[in-house]
Structure formats: structure tokens, C-alpha cells
Design a protein around this ligand. Structure first.
Ligand SMILES: CNc1nc2cc(C(=O)NN)ccc2[nH]1
Length: 375
């Protein structure tokens, strides 16, 4: 049986752990490393599928937790699945709800069976088990789907994290057994273990023994420092097989993306570009620009003078500032479009620097120019 996704390692960058790869899915073959825009409720906020296609998005995310609670996976299934429902014909990845339950839901109670929590929309008690999460993702129909896991606090005790990792491995096994469509939906295991090397190793070895088609590294970007995150990646990525994709969940600033690629990560997702866009903050090659700021009232330059996106070629800071301050939806469309273009272009440049074996020089350029070296 053909795996639902096939990863091919094309080239290793000479001086780092970075890899150039190809990820074949039922909805296309895409280059890695890649950034995946987040479309929590079956839409990447303020973006049309056509615009996402134009800026080079390949795989986008949707959230199992949200779509289960609203509109219900049954409606998405009746529509023919997520691709049809949201008119997106490239890749779709859904997470399992693990992170949302632990970050969004009120009062939650974790048991061996699964997690009990209160629905953040109506306060009703809900229950999500590893099998239920898989059933929802099977019905939503993404190309890539996640096992249900616990995303524990990074600064929890060793004993807590050890128990959590061992339960997450048992849940992963249960999810594999419940998975109905392994030939066209690729189920990834999620490596946990917080900042403990031996627990990250145990989690990775447990999941690798179950032979998943891809592996996520979860439990990061949850309040730990970038140095701590990079340190965890330094020892976790090598526990994962070279011939499978590695997906770092919840990471999406330029510096963290580059440092993740250097440590062998292939896939990233983050709400950051679209979330900060909604309050008028833009990512530029000269650092963050808060376009609603009064100083841009008569600034008729583009958001980023080094950017060739549709927004930077046609609209000024003054105009976009006006729209944001007037709560005009077109304003957040423009900032969202630019921020996503910025990160997708960054990843295209990262892939080129892997081809050219000069990723570390590119990192230096980005950290210096984009203001990440400023303490
Ligand atoms: C924004 N930070 C961030 N950390 C994440 C961790 C996970 C995870 O461990 N899921 N099982 C998912 C999404 C995340 N987003």
C-alpha cells in the first residue's frame, strides 16, 4: 500500500542539519522546508484560496477542535471534505485538538481514556479520546492528520512530563488502530517530552517503533526561550528518521524558522503572521512595522521597500494605516497578505540557500538586517 505522503530527501546543506526535500501528497508535491499558513476554522483569516495560491502556499492547517465544535465534522464530510468545503485544492493538515484543549478549553481533566473539558463556545462538557480525534480527522479529510497528544506545560516536573509522554505514546498507538484511511490520509505522531532529553528520546523511539509516515515535534513555543527551544531541537531531531518529514508545531517567526531548518525541521505552522496582521503589525526586512502608528500617516512608501508582493507594489503605509484605523476589512487583508508572503518568500530563500550551501550566511543577513541581533 502506497503511503499517503512520501518524503524524498533531495539535498543536505553542507554546513548545517538543514535538508531540501519533496513531500508528495494526494493534493500535490511540495518543496520543503515549508511554512504552512493556519486556517483555524476552515479559512486562513482575511485570505482567499486564490490569494493563498498566488503567494505560494502549499499546505495549510485547519483545527480539529474548532471544526468539531463548529460547524461539526459531519457537515464538512457531507460537503465532500475540507478541500471541497473551503475550495482549497492543495495540501491540508489538521492538528488533533491536543493543543487547543490544553490552551483554549476551560477546565480540563485528563484520564487514560481521553480528556474531558468544557466547550469554550457554550460551556458544555465535552470528551475527546484518541479514537474520537481520529474519527473527526478522518471525516474532515485532510492529507495529513495528527494523533491526539497532551501538549504539557514546558516547565512541569520530570515525573509529570514522563507520565504525560507515556500516555501520549499509548494514545498514539490507539489512534493508529482507529485510523480508517491510512492509504490517503497520513497520520503523524507527535513527539513530546518538554525540555528533558531522555523523555524526548523515549517519546521519539516509541513513535518511530510505530512507523508513522511523519513526525511532529510538539510542546514547544509554549513560553520557553528561543535558546531552550533550539536546544531541545538539537537533541530531538536526530532521534527521528531522516527519510520522514519533521514538523515543528507552532513556530513562525523568521529567526525561529531559520534556526529550526538548521536543526533539520521540514515543516512549520504558526498563527503569528495572520494574528499580528489583524492589529496592523507587519513583518518586514527591516524588522516589525506597526503600520497603524501615527508616524506613518503621510508615509507613502510600501510596507517593505525590499518586498515585491502585490501589497507592497500597490499600496502605501499611509493608506493601509488609514484602513486599519478605520477598521476597514481590506486593511487586514493587505497586512495578512503581506505577512504570509513575507514568510513564504523567506522559506523560498531558505530553500535556495540550502541548494547554494550558504544557509549560515543567509541566517547572518536575516538576523542582522531584520533586527534579531538587537538585544
Ligand atoms: C504557538 N505555540 C504552539 N505550540 C504548539 C504545540 C502544539 C502541540 O504540541 N500539539 N500537540 C501544537 C501547536 C502549538 N503552537
Amino acid at each position: 500500500m502506497d503511503p499517503a505522503v512520501k518524503y524524498t530527501l533531495i539535498k543536505k546543506e553542507k554546513h548545517t542539519g538543514a535538508r531540501l526535500g519533496l513531500l508528495e501528497t494526494p493534493h500535490g508535491t511540495f518543496e520543503t522546508p515549508m511554512f504552512m499558513p493556519v486556517g483555524t476554522e476552515a479559512t486562513v483569516k482575511n485570505m482567499s484560496p486564490e490569494d493563498l495560491e498566488k503567494i505560494g502556499a502549499s499546505i495549510i492547517l485547519s483545527n480539529t477542535y474548532h471544526l468539531w465544535l463548529r460547524p461539526g465534522e459531519d457537515i464538512v464530510k457531507e460537503a465532500g471534505g475540507l478541500h471541497k468545503f473551503m475550495n482549497w485544492n492543495k495540501g491540508i493538515l489538521t492538528d488533533s485538538g491536543g493543543f487547543q484543549v490544553f490552551s483554549l478549553a476551560k477546565t480540563r481533566d485528563i484520564t487514560e481514556a481521553g480528556v474531558h473539558f468544557r466547550n469554550h463556545l457554550n460551556g458544555r462538557r465535552e470528551f475527546l479520546s484518541p479514537e474520537k480525534a481520529i474519527q473527526i480527522e478522518n471525516d474532515l479529510g485532510p492529507d495529513i492528520m495528527m494523533s491526539l497528544d497532551e501538549c504539557p506545560p514546558f516547565f512541569e516536573s520530570y515525573d509529570y512530563i514522563k507520565d504525560s509522554v507515556e500516555r501520549t505514546s499509548r494514545w498514539a498507538e490507539r489512534g493508529l488502530r482507529a485510523h480508517r484511511n491510512p492509504d490517503w490520509q497520513a497520520l503523524f505522531g507527535i513527539v513530546q517530552g518538554a525540555g528533558f532529553e531522555d523523555l524526548r528520546k523515549q517519546s521519539a523511539q516509541d513513535l518511530v517503533s510505530m512507523d508513522f509516515p511523519g513526525y511532529s515535534i510538539g510542546g514547544l513555543s509554549v513560553g520557553e526561550s528561543k535558546e531552550e527551544m533550539n536546544h531541545v531541537l538539537d537533541f530531538t531531531a536526530p532521534f527521528l528518521p531522516e527519510n520522514k518529514p519533521r514538523y515543528l508545531m507552532g513556530v513562525g517567526s523568521a529567526d525561529s524558522l531559520i534556526d529550526g531548518v538548521i536543526r533539520g525541521i521540514d515543516m512549520f505552522d504558526c498563527v503569528l503572521p495572520t494574528r499580528i496582521a489583524r492589529n496592523g503589525t507587519c513583518m518586514t526586512t527591516k524588522g516589525r512595522l506597526v503600520v497603524k502608528n501615527a508616524k506613518y500617516a503621510r508615509d507613502f512608501r510600501p510596507l517593505d521597500e525590499n518586498c515585491d508582493c502585490y501589497v507592497c507594489r500597490n499600496y502605501s503605509r499611509a493608506y493601509i494605516r488609514h484602513l486599519i484605523n478605520a477598521n476597514e476589512l481590506f486593511g487586514t487583508h493587505l497586512t495578512s497578505y503581506h505577512n504570509l508572503y513575507f514568510l513564504l518568500k523567506l522559506m523560498a530563500d531558505v530553500r535556495q540557500s540550502i541548494r547554494d550551501d550558504n544557509l549560515l550566511e543567509f541566517r547572518e543577513h536575516v538576523f542582522e538586517e531584520y533586527g534579531f541581533n538587537k538585544k
